[in-house]
Design a protein around this ligand. Structure first.
Ligand code: GLU
Length: 510
């Protein structure tokens, strides 16, 4: 029988989620959904020294914003909990002990000073950071070099110890990566990683294997940076649970920035976001910008992430989440690094702003306006405004400059664009226009334009000469969509009032 598909995203709560992390979430999610499987979120917090307040909540909020909700997690529950590794602490030690008993791991009692002395002694130019490996282990204080009875005494005296894997010498570890094909490692090049720490916590290496087993994970997708750890994980699977139970691995390609691997620093350096949402480091106060706050729609963000390292083999670039669930395939993910291009990211956003119903992002626009001090209360009006200007906006933040004047009458006008050609006849025209338009029954752009042309003809002024002044009266400057459409949305009274106010300012100017 085929194993049920169960995948996991296993972040350590150490800070905000960058593009690579959210892409890992996305690929896991897509794979789970297309196989009617389960998507699990497991918090890997065994390294308490790296724990950052607020990071876990941030991860959940990001997943929610992206629409990539897990089926099982600390928040969503599930049958395989707890989903936070620190709460599973007691479940790991037995595996480390089992490995010692099987001769595949050992107790190491070396003090920090002894470890430092070893590194100092062995450091050379070719080997600047000596590792605790098969060439070194027999020179250290561990259960391989001291007798069983001495080990027992040290343990009974509560001497601090760690348990290390005993990496075999000269073996080849192979596995089939769903993206890379066969990958192999020479075990002699890998150090004797710590599996259980002195505080009784497992390291990531032991915990990831134990939890993937206990949570019945069928496929494990993670970033390429974990590839060097794979031989340790494979051996742990072999020693503890058997390779048949092991999940299928896929190591996702790195995301590249303008120079090498995309880093948090690239964001501030080149002015683009690298995190999903704004993140403020509680320790340093450092703020990292997010795609959400920069004005990306969820749909565009998810779409551009999917394309960072994958395409369906055609020219198609715009995919909704549902379409991605249909088309995505993990074995089509590229092996080489995926280049992040912010201009391309903006293109995705522009396309999605045009395509989506404005209701999909109205709430986000509202909060962007609120940040600038404009509180939007009338949803219907907001949606009409957004529909009118959306084709001009690349980022949701652009809605502000393209539409703030719908919510705030201008107090200043670019009079220099009007004054030089201003005259009495034009003033009379606008005075009459602002009054007459109040009597239009069926208020719309076309009716208003008709009236405008009719009055212009009567006044013997070319309508073309009057349109720019009208625009400046309504919005304050030489910008905005078609002027009659602006007026249609503003409504009769507001349009009339804005003309009157601007006429007054022009009169003062003359
Ligand atoms: N806890 C690891 C991380 O923070 C997860 C690696 C994995 O998925 O195995 O990235």
């Amino acid at each position: 029988m085929e194993k049920k598909v169960r995948v996991r995203f296993a972040p350590s709560p150490t800070g905000g989620l960058h593009l690579g992390g959210v892409r890992t979430v996305l690929y896991n999610y897509l794979f789970a959904k297309q196989h009617q499987g389960d998507f699990i979120l497991r918090i890997e917090d065994t390294d308490q020294s790296r724990f950052v307040e607020g990071a876990e909540a941030y991860i959940f909020e990001t997943l929610k914003w992206c629409g990539l909700e897990p089926d099982e997690s600390t928040l969503h529950g599930g049958n395989y909990g707890p989903y936070r590794q620190s709460e599973r602490k007691d479940s790991y030690k037995k595996y480390a002990i089992q490995l010692v008993e099987q001769g595949q791991a050992y107790y190491a009692f070396d003090t920090p000073e002894e470890l430092d002395a070893m590194r100092t002694r062995l450091r050379t130019e070719e080997n600047p950071s000596p590792q605790y490996d098969h060439t070194v282990r027999m020179q250290m204080r561990n259960s391989l070099t001291i007798s069983d009875s001495e080990t027992k005494i040290l343990l009974s005296e509560q001497t601090p110890f760690v348990i290390r894997i005993k990496m075999p010498v000269g073996e080849t570890v192979r596995f089939n990566d769903m993206i890379r094909g066969e990958v192999s490692f020479d075990t002699s090049t890998v150090d004797d990683k710590v599996l259980l720490k002195a505080d009784g916590m497992p390291t990531y290496h032991l915990a990831v294997v134990a939890d993937d087993y206990q949570m019945k994970i069928s496929h494990a997708f993670r970033g390429e940076e974990w590839l060097p750890s794979a031989p340790v994980h494979i051996l742990l699977w072999k020693y503890l649970f058997g390779l048949d139970a092991m999940p299928q691995w896929a190591h996702l390609p790195l995301i590249m920035g303008p120079h090498g691997k995309l880093s948090k620093r690239d964001g501030s350096k080149y002015g683009f976001p690298v995190f999903a949402m704004n993140w403020k480091d509680p320790k340093t106060g450092e703020q990292t910008e997010g795609f959400r706050e920069r004005g990306f729609t969820t749909e565009a963000f998810v779409n551009l992430l999917a394309m960072l390292g994958w395409n369906d083999g055609t020219e198609k670039e715009l995919f909704s989440l549902d379409e991605l669930v249909q088309s995505f395939s993990i074995d089509k993910v590229h092996k080489s690094g995926a280049k992040f291009d912010f201009e391309k990211a903006k293109w995705f956003n522009h396309e999605w702003i045009k395509t989506l119903p404005v209701t999909a992002y109205a709430k986000q626009v509202k909060s962007l306006f609120a940040e600038k001090g404009i509180v939007l209360e009338n949803d219907e009006y907001l949606e009409e405004v957004l529909s009118l200007v959306k084709d001009r906006c690349t980022l949701l933040a652009d809605f502000y400059e393209h539409s703030y004047f719908f919510f705030k009458a201008p107090r200043e006008w670019d009079l220099s664009a009007v004054s030089p050609k201003w005259n009495e006849a034009k003033a009379t025209f606008f005075t009459s226009f602002s009054k007459t338009l109040l009597s239009i029954n069926d208020w719309n752009a076309a009716a208003l334009e008709n009236l405008f042309k009719q009055l212009a003809e009567q006044a013997a002024i070319k309508p073309g000469e009057l349109q720019l002044p009208l625009r400046i009266m309504l919005v304050g400057g030489k910008f905005g969509p078609t002027v009659f459409e602006i007026a249609q949305l503003l409504g009769k009274e507001e349009t009339s009032e804005r003309i009157t106010a601007a006429l007054y300012a022009l009169a003062q100017e003359q």
